[in-house]
Write a protein that binds this ligand. Structure first.
Ligand code: SPV
Ligand code: MG
Length: 431
């Protein structure tokens, strides 16, 4: 009997999947590839049930002779071992970034004369409903909150981009590219104090209060499923911080990062140009411990941010603080720098990793933006935050448009640089 291969990544089987399996059976013995968690997070949707449960689900389907794990969304390994006569897939991957996967499989099958069978994609109401329900499930606090820890366990680099409203949330949620034949997308969102303040026309000095910050988080949550890391500034008074930890955890935020400063906080990238004071180690440890104590789930993370390099207090001070904050209960360490050269970041990470192989390290490469994610990961960095690029992209574009209208006394001249009107009214889907 010829071998027919089809890969599945879904948590719920709908008629579209059954249709693919029915078609596959017509060609021979059906082997199903269950996309692993690692493969799924880059490819489509984050799983809501475990890999083992998905395997069991696929094994229970009629006409499936065997289920194997496909550990990458590209087919190289699986094709090399199985050499199926046929691969069956829905025809919904002919356009867009998913085309990269289709090209990959076509190339592999061509090497030995295997055949690709494409089944018309099922656009039924039931299939649409199942997809929508899965998305809604992922947006629920208990799923969203734990997703950051799940990502840390399976992904070498968790990449996070700033979102400061629903629209930027949608960009963070939905942007997928084909990068050298592989799909790529962001893993989560950073709600930056700088961007959240700037979009309100306010300075980044903890002037925008927590109620307003939570409103931003809620706007983003309404339209996304990816995990959220909140920039918690200094964390405020310890007596207030504990309440905020409870609220964030209940909302489904995955982590808060608090920085070891006290008094009037200014943005780190001012460095020593403005007066900024680092908190005494014991005080900051007490704040971290108090936060950890009130937390109700094991999912929520409190990450301690160290400002020693920003304030030129030296590498030893940074490392001393890192170990003290970890011992006080911090679930991760963020080390910040305003140098263009990432050397001091790398030295910190290498020395921290000599003594601690597991505590997640977070960086914000705004000034050391020449460092690639791969280079950062090679120094033991787990989370990379692109902290302000979307608002910095929007501002010059909006300013240029405003100037163009003023110069021309009409909007015709700027129209070419704008999203077509017919597209903006359809940009946001209705339920
Ligand atoms: C932010 O995005 O608000 C940050 C990172 O805290 S930085 O602006 O570099 O201080
Ligand atoms: Mg900030």
């Amino acid at each position: 009997m010829p071998v027919v291969y089809t890969a599945l990544g879904t948590d719920v089987i709908h008629e579209g999947h059954l249709n693919i399996l029915k078609c596959a059976q017509e060609y021979g013995t059906v082997v199903v590839g269950a996309l692993s968690d690692k493969a799924l997070i880059r490819y489509s949707r984050f799983p809501t049930v475990s890999q083992e449960e998905r395997v069991k689900l696929y094994e229970s389907l009629e006409g499936v002779s065997r289920v194997i794990i496909q550990d990458d969304y590209l087919y190289d390994d699986v094709i090399a071992t199985l050499k199926p006569d046929y691969v069956v897939h829905g025809d919904n991957w002919q356009n867009g970034p998913e085309r990269a996967i289709r090209n990959n499989i076509e190339g592999l099958l061509a090497t030995y004369g295997g055949t690709l069978i494409e089944v018309p994609y099922t656009r039924s109401e039931q299939a649409r409903k199942v997809d929508q329900q899965l998305r809604e499930k992922l947006a629920m606090p208990e799923y969203r909150r734990r997703r950051l820890r799940q990502l840390l366990a399976i992904s070498p680099t968790v990449k996070v981009i700033e979102a400061h409203d629903g629209l930027t949330g949608l960009i963070a949620e939905k942007t997928v590219v084909d990068h050298n034949g592989r799909l790529d997308q962001f893993d989560g969102m950073w709600v930056s104090s700088l961007c959240d303040s700037t979009e309100r026309g306010k300075p980044d000095i903890e002037l925008v209060d927590m109620s307003a910050r939570l409103r931003t988080v809620d706007d983003i949550m309404e339209v996304t499923t990816k995990p959220i890391i909140l920039d918690g500034d200094t964390g405020g008074l310890t007596e207030h911080f504990v309440y905020n930890v409870r609220t964030l955890e209940r909302m489904g935020v995955s982590a808060v990062i608090i920085e070891d400063k006290t008094g009037l906080k200014k943005n780190s990238l001012f460095g020593t140009e403005v007066k900024q004071t680092q908190a005494p180690i014991e005080d900051f440890c007490a704040k971290i411990s108090a936060g950890k104590k009130v937390q109700l789930t094991d999912d929520f993370m409190i990450i301690a941010r160290i400002e020693s390099l920003i304030l030129e207090r030296g590498m030893e001070d940074a490392l001393t603080r890192a170990f003290a904050f970890r011992d006080a209960g911090a679930d991760g360490i963020m080390i910040h720098s305003r140098k263009k050269d990432p050397a001091e970041i790398y030295e910190f990470c290498d020395r921290f990793r000599e003594k601690d192989a597991t505590t997640p390290i977070v960086v914000v490469p705004t000034s050391f933006n020449g460092a690639t994610e791969e280079e950062l990961a090679s120094h033991g960095i787990n989370i990379v935050i692109y902290a302000n690029q979307l608002i910095r992209a929007a501002f010059p574009a909006m300013q240029e448009t405003a100037r163009g209208i003023l110069r021309a006394h009409r909007a015709l001249e700027v129209d070419e640089q704008l999203l077509p009107f017919k597209d903006i009214i359809r940009l946001i889907d209705e339920l």
